[in-house]
Design a protein. Structure first.
Lengths: 1010, 188
């Protein structure tokens, strides 16, 4: 069992006790602990259950590569699953729960899966549950979901209590990693004057060096780290950020940093995470290396740890990992762990070294301390259980027989080191296989390339495959200088710090322990802890024909867990290569994708939550509408009122009231959202003739004309009223959703195709509050305002006829009034300066009282226009509809040589008489047709589906007519007037509707022209 | 002009920086040949300022001209004068191919001041706000989180920010969130 040592622990402050709970049990740790070190200090070696087999699992690493010790942290609105105990800083009141077990960590019913492991091999689910199909959804999947999985999802009713933000930063050189290599590289780069940003994922600097020992410039590494940090902090051109992980490297020197601001102090205020969005000319990846596990049976039993991680726990946090420790290794580095353990007073019962020839000076030092070292030996098996109890030792070069069993409660293993090449690889940096160290390292000749075809990432130190302290520091200094120079700063030679560490003997590549382990052992030798993938699974995949490492990954799930195979990747592909009788470099690695380590969704979303989740566009009248009962609906990024309800009134009752009142008295509509584009220039008329299907150049100054716009493929894309302001200037109204799109459309044609046309376009949509004053009393209210102000614009039929506009005063307001109508009533659309919009609205509401004024919303707008048979872009059109389908031939100029869409509309499919065409639809019983319903035809199509002959495009209850009205597109529709066709609804009913003229109300247009 | 109200109607938030509604501001969009002497003269007459270089704003006593694109300027004039000045510019450019249009009411306008101003903007706009990179007189059309925006740094050390009127409230809340007193980044 693990305990706290009386001494050691360079990162903890023993004077500051911190209380926390694990699975409801109260525990104590120290300031500076991680959750993992604190749990070990409390004897909690077992920290979770495995994904598939529910095997007991303990912490195996000490950093972000940890696959096992995943926790559910916090409660309520700060609850978060799948958090690594190794990267969680301990704080007072922390609550952690282990995952993936039922009913408890100690006793897990589903551990029976462990007994079934010989059946749960790679591809098991694919093979077993594919037939019969319905069973998968209803039987297998629910069971598997319950048995396999990580932490529980947060309560969907709760909202994250924290806030997040982004921050944009620019640097000449970004150094990722604040270990000694990163600091050395930063120092070299900064000396040239480059602006340098250094990111370190931990809350301490210097990486592994203080644990691993050696000397830098003749001193302990810690002294050099402190000195260098002080130096860098004193430079104006250097920014240092700890608790900030370099998470991804992207095209053109873009990188993300994930800064954890309050994870160690929840609720202290301010953002919890900050996502740094960095543009750097050059990026130095000083990301260090990760130790590889050894693949022996029972290498996942709690108490088995990576050797260097065990050393971290001793040196950094003063943890005694066990009373008796076995060290297994294929390299010299693990001897450092034996030395550290021994010097801390822990009994090292055995070092088993696979190498027949053994190691160098470090091994001698271990032997000198009287520790038994066995060469050419291996671990055959660690006995299953909730903690290590027995370790069986055998010859490495065998099948695992002739074992000697020793009693131990912890195992330190080291299979060698793999450079962290992830960030180098994210954007396309290539790797080479290093035979000496048996690992993939960056290929300096094939870096990720920037916009200019030159490399923009420089690897440094252990991340570049340089492990000795001396070589590592020299490499890092060169990398920093190289990056600064590539960023455009004249090289300034900075001597690398002189590092010295013990010389190490050649390591031995060991992918399976023992080398010829039998199947029983291989079925207990874990490659991927988090996804429960074993040596036997990868071998099975190879036997079944999986040759590509990418396919094997997906078939076995190797490396697909939340740790993305940081520990398992190389071991797994080595096993695959062996099974395929291939070489490791030929098999290659899977793709490294960002983020390096999972980052929170909150950090990605940044500030975009709650009120500023999404911009909501507001008209000048929006606040008034909101206070007066608006029932909002989204229209593009705007909110428009569906209806303006009175207290106690539902939205449908409100709509019926609004419709009747507008037809009988006076309605006001906030039409400010309609797009308004000024088009000006000597070629403006010519330009608009090309954009609209009808003729605009002939429009007289002072008049308005309705127009249609089509795409070059002939489909109707927007409509609106165009007003000619002066000889050179037009004002084009677009739909609400079309303003920006049509503005862009116009600019695109002007900039790319018709660049010789002299036309300027400006979007003035938001300059105006535009209010539709609609109904029989519309003129009266305007005249009343004018009378009160003692003059103003003549709004009589004679002075301002239908489809004309005038500038002038209405009441006290500078206004432009358009006599246009989308309702069939007497109607003025009046534009005033947006800043005066609310005042104008108030004046209308006030003056309109005696005329029965009521505001109305978009649904009433829709019904009024549908009663008149006016089409609506987005209802009657869906990107497949041409004006001819809608009976809009009158708006298609026959005089013009060309307009956008004209040629397309002459193609055979477009002139096909079989195209569905617009008609009105009246239900036989007066009910309302379901929106989008299809009309049934005879027979079935080639797919065996019932033939369709039409569909409903708009459907409403008309309060004016007291019945349901609809428009739809129907095959041969206009020729079938009076026929009754059937529309099955999704409610099981079939609706019968008569085909009628789409104009239901005031066919002659008398009401709007008064 | 008491009927006219700016979008935020004087709203103010103080944290890492102070975010303030800068009130009604006359603005004229001017498109045309920025090299033509007629345009230069019209700009000078309307604002007192010269046609600015790319990416910058030229500020005069009672007006300013900001560079929006190779054929577009944003002229700043007193709000009360915007209608008249627009007409004057249009008149001065008669015969030239140019467009002058009053957009004063289509905009929201903010002042961002205080030590944290650079960092607050750096949270919402992908622009280098390092003092060495973004200097007084520079003008930038960019993005404020999810919406379009433009801003410049005035000689007095304040940033002025322009966005569309309809998203004024969003931008005010966005900048206020970025100015949360406990969200200091500490790099500028």
């Amino acid at each position: 069992m693990s305990t706290r040592l009386a001494k050691h622990g360079r990162l903890i402050d023993r004077s500051k006790q911190i209380a926390f709970t694990f699975n409801g049990k109260s525990m104590q740790g120290f300031a500076g602990d991680t959750l993992a070190s604190a749990l070990l200090a409390n004897g909690q070696v077992m920290m979770g259950r495995s994904f598939k087999y529910h095997r007991p699992r303990g912490v195996v690493a000490s950093g972000s590569e940890e696959p096992n010790a995943l926790m559910q942290l916090g409660v309520g609105d700060r609850y978060e699953p799948n958090q690594r105990a190794t990267t969680t800083e301990l704080f007072s009141g922390l609550t952690a729960q282990s995952q993936n077990h039922w009913p408890s960590l100690e006793f897990d019913v589903l551990a029976v899966n462990n007994k079934l492991s010989r059946f749960l091999t790679a591809g098991f689910y694919y093979k077993m549950f594919i037939h019969p199909r319905p069973l998968w959804k209803h039987v297998y999947e629910p069971i598997i979901r319950k048995s396999a999985g990580l932490g529980a999802a947060p309560d969907k009713e709760l909202k994250d209590a924290d806030t997040y933000e982004h921050f944009y930063f620019f640097a000449d050189v970004l150094v990722i990693g604040g270990g000694v290599a990163g600091l050395q590289a930063a120092k070299a780069a900064a000396a040239s004057g480059a602006k340098v940003l250094v990111l370190e994922q931990n809350n301490f600097w210097g990486g592994r060096a203080p644990v691993d020992g050696g000397t830098i410039d003749g001193e302990a590494p810690e002294a050099w780290i402190e000195k260098t940090l002080a130096e860098l902090r004193g430079m104006d051109n250097v920014t240092l950020r700890d608790r900030c992980m370099g998470s991804g490297v992207y095209d053109h020197g873009y990188a993300l940093g994930y800064e954890r601001l309050t994870d160690h102090a929840p609720g202290q205020g301010g953002p919890r995470h900050r996502l740094w969005r960095i543009r750097a000319s050059q990026i130095v990846t000083a990301t260090g290396a990760i130790e590889r596990p050894l693949s022996f049976a029972g290498n996942d039993v709690p108490g088995v740890m990576l050797a260097a991680s065990m050393r971290d726990y001793v040196v950094n946090w003063g943890i005694n990992p066990g009373q008796k420790v076995v060290v297994a290794t294929n390299n010299d580095d693990a001897y450092r762990t034996a030395l550290v353990l021994h010097d801390a007073g822990v009994e090292v019962v055995r070092v088993v070294d696979t190498r027949e020839t053994g190691g160098g000076a470090l091994m001698e030092a271990v032997r000198e301390r009287g520790i038994r070292v066995e060469l050419g030996r291996a671990i055959a098996k660690v006995k299953d259980g909730k903690c290590v109890t027995e370790v069986a030792i055998c010859a490495q070069n065998g099948e695992g027989g002739a074992r000697e069993t020793v009693q131990a409660d912890a195992v330190a293993m080291s299979g060698g080191w793999s450079p962290v090449v992830h960030l180098w690889s994210h954007c396309g940096g290539k790797l080479i296989w290093d035979e000496v160290n048996a690992n993939f390292r960056p290929d300096a000749s094939r870096p990720p390339l920037g916009h200019d075809g030159n490399g923009f990432v420089v690897p440094a130190g252990a991340a570049n495959g340089e492990f000795g302290l001396g070589a590592l520091l020299e490499d890092a200094a060169a990398a920093g200088a190289k990056a600064a120079e590539a960023a455009g700063f004249p090289a300034k030679t900075v001597a690398a710090a002189k590092g010295e560490s013990e010389a190490e003997a050649q390591m031995e590549a060991v992918w399976l322990m023992p080398a010829k382990a039998d199947i029983k052992l291989r079925m207990k030798s874990w490659l991927d802890y988090q996804n429960d993938v074993k040596v036997s699974d990868v071998q099975l995949a190879a036997r079944e024909g999986y040759e590509s490492v990418e396919h094997t990954k997906r078939y076995t799930t190797l490396g697909m867990a939340t740790d993305q195979g940081k520990l398992s990747n190389i071991n797994g592909l080595a096993i695959l290569a062996d099974s395929l009788n291939s070489e490791i470099p030929q098999v290659g690695t899977t793709t490294f994708r960002p983020p390096y380590h999972p980052i929170s969704l909150g950090a990605i979303a940044g500030e975009a939550r709650a009120e500023i989740f999404q911009p909501v566009r507001k008209t000048p009248i929006a606040d008034w509408l909101d206070k007066n009962g608006a029932d909002w609906e989204p229209v593009g990024q705007w909110r428009r009122p569906f209806a303006i309800t009175k207290p106690g009134e539902d939205r449908h009752a409100a709509v019926n009231r609004e419709v009747k009142n507008t037809r009988e008295n006076l309605g006001l509509l906030d039409a400010s959202t309609l797009g308004k584009l000024v088009v000006k220039g000597p070629d403006a008329g010519k330009f608009l003739d090309m954009l609209y299907t009808n003729m605009m150049s002939t429009l007289k100054v002072g008049k308005c004309r309705y127009g249609l716009m089509c795409t070059e493929n002939g489909f109707l894309m927007d409509d609106g009223v165009v007003a000619r302001i002066d000889e050179d200037t037009f004002l084009c109204h677009t739909t609400t959703g079309g303003a920006e799109r049509i503005h862009g459309w116009m600019e695109e044609w002007l900039q790319t195709e018709w660049w010789d046309m002299k036309v300027y376009v400006a979007n003035v949509t938001e300059q105006y509050a535009q209010i539709a004053v609609v109904g029989p009393n519309a003129r009266k209210v305007l005249e009343k305002l004018n009378a009160a102000a003692g003059g103003g614009m003549d709004v009589s039929k004679e002075a301002l006829p239908f489809m004309e506009w005038r500038d002038g005063k209405i009441g006290e307001f500078d206004a432009r009034a358009y006599r246009i109508s989308f309702s069939g009533e007497l109607s003025y659309e009046i534009a005033v300066a947006a800043s005066e919009g609310q005042a104008f609205w108030d004046a209308l509401m006030d003056a309109g009282k005696e005329f029965g004024v009521m505001p109305y919303g978009t649904e009433t707008l829709h019904i009024l226009r549908a009663e008149k048979g006016f089409i609506m872009i987005g209802d009657e059109t869906d990107g497949t509809v041409i004006p001819q389908d809608l009976g809009l031939h009158w708006a298609l100029s026959k005089k013009k040589e060309d307009y956008l869409g004209k040629r397309a509309q002459q193609r055979s499919h477009m002139v096909d008489p079989e195209r569905w065409q617009l008609v009105g639809l009246e239900t036989v019983d007066g009910s309302v047709l379901p929106d989008g319903a299809y009309a049934l035809g005879e027979g079935v199509n080639a797919n065996g589906q019932r033939n369709m002959i039409g569909r409903v495009t708009s459907t409403y209850h008309s309060a004016t007519l007291g019945r349901g009205i609809a428009m739809g597109l129907v095959k041969h529709g206009p020729k079938r007037m009076g026929e009754v066709i059937e529309f099955p609804g999704t409610d099981g009913k079939t609706y019968k509707a008569k085909i009628v003229d789409p104009v239901f109300y005031d066919k002659d247009g008398e009401k709007q022209n008064v | 002009m008491s009927k006219a109200v700016s979008v935020l109607n004087g709203a103010r938030f103080s944290g890492l920086a102070t975010v303030e509604d800068a009130g009604l501001q006359g603005m004229i969009t001017l498109r045309g040949d920025l090299g033509s002497s007629a345009l230069k003269a019209a700009v000078k007459a309307a604002t007192g300022a010269d046609v600015p270089a790319q990416g910058s704003i030229s500020v005069a006593e009672n007006g300013a001209a900001a560079w929006m694109s190779p054929d577009e300027l944003l002229l700043l004039v007193p709000y009360e004068d915007a209608v008249a000045k627009t007409a004057e510019v249009a008149e001065a450019l008669k015969g030239e191919h140019a467009l002058a249009v009053n957009v004063s009411d289509a905009r929201a306008f903010f002042r961002l001041s205080g030590e944290g101003a650079r960092e607050v903007l750096g949270k919402v706009s992908p622009v280098d706000f390092d003092a060495a990179a973004f200097k007084p007189g520079q003008f930038r059309r960019s993005r404020l989180a999810q919406v379009a925006g433009a801003f410049w740094l005035n000689d007095d050390g304040n940033f002025y920010i322009v966005c569309f009127r309809s998203v004024g409230e969003y931008v005010f809340k966005l900048l206020s969130a970025g100015a949360h007193p406990q969200s200091k980044v500490g790099v500028y």
